[in-house]
Design a protein around this ligand. Structure first.
Ligand code: URA
Ligand code: SF4
Length: 223
């Protein structure tokens, strides 16, 4: 995909999300929150779902948790505009409750299409709901600060996942906040490793031969 095609694909997805009524979360929302950021980024940051402020403005991570996310990125001299920020569900669950499995499943195709368009080298998950999509069965207390391979069925063709605590959890605990800064400090090296692994994998594939379809059919309904 050219950068212009990528931008157009992301805009088309966002336009669908804004008017989506596929699941019950549409009923309570003010604005759906498709996500935002650089269409040319190598890094996608994925939270859980919009909160009060995000719902009012239709933008991800703009409340207190968002301020902390901006600070965490700032601690490695990254700006939020340099990455793409989105959520597992695009509409605010009532009273900020956890998204239900059927809501996550209903919204999954949007995230999958975003990941297909962005083709990131690195996915940073924030909190356990987002982590659960990419590291099934992992526990956040153990998995935060660690990486894993991303299932291409997620839409991300060849990405590494890096799990972090949700910034809202860091706002509630000084220890989680400290560990979040520690984890953030690892991101630049994790990206370098993810990039190197992708380049090596690409080098092993002659350009004339298309890659085999990596999507296991059984996983299609999850995403
Ligand atoms: N929390 C999230 O998980 N996502 C947002 O966009 C804001 C707060
Ligand atoms: Fe549609 Fe996702 Fe919003 Fe549900 S949460 S209405 S699937 S955009």
């Amino acid at each position: 995909m050219t950068p212009a095609e990528r931008r157009a694909a992301l805009e088309a997805i966002a336009a669908e999300v804004r008017v989506c009524t596929i699941c019950r979360l549409a009923e309570g929302r003010t604005n759906a929150v498709p996500g935002e950021g650089s269409p040319d980024t190598e890094v996608v940051v994925i939270g859980e779902g919009p909160g009060f402020n995000e719902d009012r403005l239709g933008r991800p991570f703009i409340g207190r948790a968002g301020d902390l996310l901006t600070k965490l990125l700032g601690s490695i001299e990254w700006r939020r505009e340099d990455v793409f920020i989105t959520n597992v569900v695009k509409c605010r669950p009532p009273d900020n409750r956890d998204p239900e499995p059927d809501e996550v499943a209903a919204c999954g195709p949007y995230l999958k299409r975003q990941l297909e368009a962005l083709d990131p080298a690195l996915i940073v998950t924030l909190g356990r709901h987002s982590m659960g999509r990419f590291m099934p069965g992992a526990r956040i207390s153990q998995a935060h600060g660690t990486t894993g391979p991303v299932d291409p069925a997620s839409g991300a063709r060849d990405a590494t996942v890096f799990a972090m605590y949700h910034p809202a959890a860091a706002l509630r605990s000084a220890e989680v906040e400290r560990q979040s800064y520690e984890d953030a400090a690892r991101i630049p090296q994790v990206l370098l490793d993810a990039r190197a692994r992708r380049a090596a994998a690409a080098g092993q594939q002659p350009a004339s031969k298309p890659a085999p379809d990596p999507e296991p059919a059984a996983d299609l309904t999850i995403f």
